[in-house]
Design a protein around this ligand. Structure first.
Ligand code: FAD
Length: 386
């Protein structure tokens, strides 16, 4: 059997891509290796606009908690910065959110096969023509005109189709889902920084409801678990009698977008392509946006019988997301070199708006100009942000 397109991975990127291709009337097969959607650990935080990107309404059944703002704690927690105002978001119920995306894809006509792990891609003369996947112990070959690799970190599509993964950098994370937590102001997410707390990373505490929270850490160069356990021990006011009911983790690609997103008739999107905002590690919305644009480019290429039209995807994605990712990466490269004293100084000087702009790669120049007014900070930090 040959499909117009095969999509590997039923995460946010793959389900969006598949929906967009099927909506144009083309045949699409989605292959997912897991037996369920949303099994991978995730802190589940998205901005409110994620639902616009997903093109589904923010139904309460898909949301565990609403976010009204954030507290960002530098190493000296007394210098905490409050982010509030127009920044609204949600802690998703990610498995149900993915079911909703899968439902949209199915209603557009996609075939979705679970427990189907892609084992290899057959590339002939620079074109991928078929792949082999394993389902219930059986090896099945399927042909296609176009292939979408939305298979996350460690993408088999990227590896077997020869994508240049130079600069692809993964930060390891660990996350606990905890119950019987006592998190005050549960609509405010909490982020903790500092070389003692999370070397070259951060700890997050995102309440899911009045008793449950996603509590996680990303660190570089050190084992993450001891840092997370120590953080929990040092915050008995939140976790005194709390219990871990689920432990997970995984790599987050924080090194920025890979150089080539398209190779012949193959396209990569989402985590597979490094499309994560490097400072926050947030990739749900940016991956859905990538899947959506990638899917439209594939549909256009099928329609016109012209694989070169896949190039529309990197062009359109870089207009907004590509530049946000690269600006956020630049800020990360500066922040990760700072000692705790400098992080405390930033805590004193930066407002909530400034932190949002820096973290998301938005108006970095404005924040750098503000920091320039402080001579010591200007030399060490601000000049490097511009
Ligand atoms: C601990 C943690 C916390 C996070 N918290 C947040 C957060 O709060 N907010 C946010 O925006 N982002 C967060 N992220 C990042 C976010 O989860 C990802 O950026 C996003 O899910 C990427 O979507 P994707 O579709 O590209 O990849 P994925 O969600 O990884 O989906 C890829 C899919 O491909 C499947 N697959 C892989 N290989 C194969 C194969 N060979 N055959 C078939 N299927 C395969 C996988 O099983 C998976 O279902 C977090 C990540 C981690 C690890």
């Amino acid at each position: 059997m040959e499909y117009d397109a095969v999509v590997v991975g039923a995460g946010p990127a793959g389900l969006m891509a598949a929906r967009k291709i099927a909506k144009k009337g083309f045949s699409v097969l989605v292959l997912e290796k897991e037996r369920d959607l949303g099994t991978r650990a995730c802190a589940e935080a998205v901005s409110a606009s994620a639902f616009q990107t997903a093109e589904i309404p923010p139904s309460p059944s898909l949301i565990s908690n609403t976010i009204d703002g954030a507290y960002v704690f530098p190493p000296d927690e007394s210098k905490m910065v409050k982010i509030s105002g127009e920044y609204r978001g949600y802690i998703l119920n990610k498995p149900l959110f993915l079911y909703a995306l899968a439902s949209e894809a199915a209603s557009a006509g996609c075939d979705i096969q679970m427990r189907s792990e892609v084992k290899s891609v057959n590339v002939e003369g620079g074109e991928a023509r078929s792949l082999v996947y394993e389902k219930k112990g059986e090896l099945i070959t399927v042909g296609f005109k176009y292939l979408v690799g939305a298979d996350g970190v460690g993408s088999i599509v990227a590896r077997t189709c020869g994508f240049d993964m130079g600069g692809y950098e993964i930060i390891p994370t660990i996350q606990y889902v905890m119950v019987n937590c006592k998190i005050p102001e549960r609509n405010m997410i909490r982020v903790y920084l500092g070389n003692e707390v999370a070397p070259l990373g951060y700890v997050w505490v995102f309440a899911k409801n009045e008793y449950m929270a996603n509590v996680g850490i990303g660190v570089r160069g050190k084992p993450a678990k001891p840092y997370l356990d120590r953080f929990i021990e040092r915050h008995p006011e939140f976790f005194g009698n709390a219990k871990v009911i689920k432990e997970g983790g995984g790599g987050v690609p924080v090194g920025g977008q890979i150089r080539e997103l398209v190779k012949g008739n193959v396209i990569l999107c989402g985590d597979a392509a490094g499309q994560v905002i490097p400072i926050t590690g947030g990739g749900i919305r940016s991956s859905m946006a990538a899947g959506s644009i990638a899917g439209e480019a594939v549909a256009h290429a099928i329609e016109e019988g012209d694989p070169t039209l896949l190039r529309e995807y990197p062009l359109r994605y870089s207009e907004h997301w590509g530049s946000r990712i690269s600006k956020s990466l630049k800020v990360l490269r500066v922040i990760e070199t700072l000692p705790d004293d400098d992080l405390n100084t930033l805590g004193e000087l930066l407002s909530g708006d400034d932190i949002i702009d820096l973290a998301n790669g938005l108006d970095v120049k404005r924040v750098a100009a503000k920091l320039m007014l402080h001579p010591m900070v200007a030399v060490r930090i601000a000049s490097r942000l511009i």
